[in-house]
Ligand binder design. Structure first.
Ligand code: GH3
Ligand code: MG
Ligand code: MG
Ligand code: MG
Length: 303
């Protein structure tokens, strides 16, 4: 048995204006894949955005919006632009295939097709997609704590800044720094320090559970929490929860001049994104408040 015989399970969206064509592909794939379908381009784009399939099998000739137009529209839509598209079509000329590949398709299958070949090509694309997803995840994640890394944070900050500017909603951030962490390392060792970072990160992550909230490791023992569409009051409530959750971990810190358990200091800031300032103002404000929290005795937040 070779690797191509292994089932690679994924979610497939079949797009074809003829129901009988959808059925043939459905029969070919249903035992290995979760299969969705759409009978026209606009519906296909809507389903793709909502269901985020791993692969789209796309007919070329359809009334209204044809496959090439669907392909172009998907490629221009951020949340779905990385979903691989495979044309499955009665068209068979080299220029049809070239046009599809140039539009961003990863493969092109002419009808009539061989079912085993379609299945194999689908598996190949799903494997490639899975590898690409894993690679992407690695580039966005902090290896020690599993939360977002600074690169991911910066990208998201710019995105949310623009989104909040468009919608007139505020954007909040909490800068978080573990208190006397150098003493912690000195007292308990670097490995225990690593473990502490993991536990504190996990506890903080629980405090901001909306899908748009993003906790990132900003540097060493410093974290930042981005709270889109949240004002000062909401962000302050989250900071209070973080203070409680970290305290509830009850990680002994006998070397700390502040508290007998591991604690954090936080700076809370919220802003309404606009023309006059950039996203760095939000970070600078949160950083200033963090500095104040440290000055005022640690194990607290300042707003
Ligand atoms: P403060 O309360 O003022 O924040 O004091 P602090 O000791 O926490 O601050 P300082 O910036 O002096 O020290 C941060 C320490 O965090 C020093 C560094 O060794 C430690 N640290 C940074 N990254 C890691 C890491 O990945 N693992 C471990 N174990 N320690 C780390
Ligand atoms: Mg058709
Ligand atoms: Mg610190
Ligand atoms: Mg620090």
């Amino acid at each position: 048995m070779s690797w191509t015989d292994l089932a690679v399970n994924g979610r497939i969206l079949i797009v074809d204006d003829a129901m009988e064509n959808v059925q043939v592909l459905y029969q070919a794939l249903r035992d290995e894949q979760e299969v969705l379908f759409a009978l026209d381009g606009p519906t296909a784009i809507e389903i793709a955005r909502q269901q985020l399939p791993d692969l789209i099998l796309l007919d070329a000739v359809m009334p209204g919006m044809d496959g090439y137009a669907v392909c172009a529209a998907l490629r221009a839509t951020p949340e779905v632009q990385d979903i691989p598209i495979m044309f499955v079509t009665a068209l068979s000329q080299p220029e049809d295939e070239t046009r599809a590949l140039e539009a961003g398709a990863v493969d092109f299958i002419s009808k009539p097709f061989n079912v085993a070949v379609v299945r194999a090509r689908v598996r190949t694309q799903l494997t490639v997609k899975r590898q690409a997803d894993a690679m992407r995840e690695l580039t966005l994640t902090d290896a020690l704590t599993g939360v977002a890394n600074r690169r991911h944070f910066n990208d998201t900050l710019e995105l949310e800044w623009r989104r909040c500017a468009r919608s007139g909603m505020p954007l909040a951030a909490i800068m978080i720094d573990i208190d006397h962490f150098k003493h912690y390392n000195d007292a308990y060792g670097h490995q225990a320090g690593d473990l502490c970072l993991q536990k504190v990160a996990a506890a903080m992550k629980q405090c901001a559970s909306r899908p748009q909230d993003l906790l990132a490791r900003y540097g060493g023992e410093e974290f930042i929490l981005l709270l889109p569409q949240e004002g000062v009051a909401g962000a302050t409530a989250v900071a209070r929860r973080i203070l409680d959750e970290v305290d509830a971990l009850a990680l002994p810190h006998a070397a700390s001049p502040t508290s007998s358990v591991v604690s954090v200091s936080m700076g809370v800031a919220a802003i309404e994104p606009g023309e006059s300032a950039g996203a760095d103002l939000l970070i600078r404000s949160a950083d200033e408040q963090l500095y104040r929290a440290k000055q005022h005795g640690r194990n607290r937040y300042c707003v």
